[in-house]
Design a protein around this ligand. Structure first.
Ligand SMILES: Cc1cc2nc3c(=O)[nH]c(=O)nc-3n(C[C@H](O)[C@H](O)[C@H](O)COP(=O)(O)O)c2cc1C
Length: 195
């Protein structure tokens, strides 16, 4: 399967980066073909220009999109599946990934009129969180993140969609983090192998 990974974290010393490496290794061991958009590494521009805003808000799909956006859309069209790997920042993806959707999910590509984006076989969101799953569940944050990422952004753009959250990754409690990390990294590798 051709898999596009959209990876978004500002630091390569992060746990999220190790999750990315483990997942990637799993995909490679399973023989998948892989493309990566590392949004910070690419310095991908993620704030809408006025011109882009006007194109979107008036559904002017006949107008061209920026070259960097077109290249992202081409990568999607050449893939069977998409995987987002990112840390949870204030119950959302980092602003850089949110901005990627603002710019790449354009009118005429991802939504009306006549969207040309292919229906992907799979979409997977791997989110790394500081809080425990129980705590995220208690306040409804998991539901909120699933609603936004899977319900709205992926919607029917993939046949299968899933969100996996790796929890309790916090420097507030280093002992807990050290105990939790190996299991998560093993699971990330297995997710790649089974993809
Ligand atoms: C600006 C910022 C906001 C954060 N917001 C949340 C949050 O809303 N919920 C949560 O569980 N963790 C939150 N965290 C913690 C990170 O999600 C967590 O530490 C990270 O995903 C895993 O560590 P890493 O940065 O080493 O990859 C936040 C961290 C930062 C820096």
């Amino acid at each position: 399967m051709k898999v596009l990974i959209v990876y978004c974290h500002p630091s390569k010393t992060s746990f999220t980066y190790r999750v990315y490496e483990s997942f990637l290794k799993g995909l490679q061991d399973a023989g998948h073909e892989i493309a990566v958009s590392d949004l910070y590494e690419m310095d991908f521009k993620t704030d809408l220009s006025e011109e882009e805003y006007l194109r979107e808000t008036y559904y002017r799909a006949e107008l061209p999109v920026a070259e960097d956006v077109r290249m992202e859309q081409e990568k999607i069209q050449a893939s069977d599946a998409i995987v987002f790997i990112y840390p949870v920042f204030w119950t959302e993806a980092p602003a850089k990934l949110v901005g990627w959707f603002d710019r790449v999910w354009t009118t005429g590509f991802a939504y009306s009129p006549n969207p040309t984006m292919k229906t992907l076989d799979k979409a997977l969101c791997i989110a790394c969180a500081g809080k425990s799953l129980e705590s995220l569940e208690e306040v409804g944050e998991i539901r909120a993140m699933e609603t936004v990422m899977l319900g709205d952004r992926i919607r029917d753009r993939a046949k299968e969609k899933e969100m996996v959250i790796f929890d309790k990754i916090t420097h507030w409690d280093e002992d807990l983090r050290e105990k939790t990390e190996p299991g998560h990294l093993q699971k990330a590798y297995e997710l790649g192998c089974k993809f």
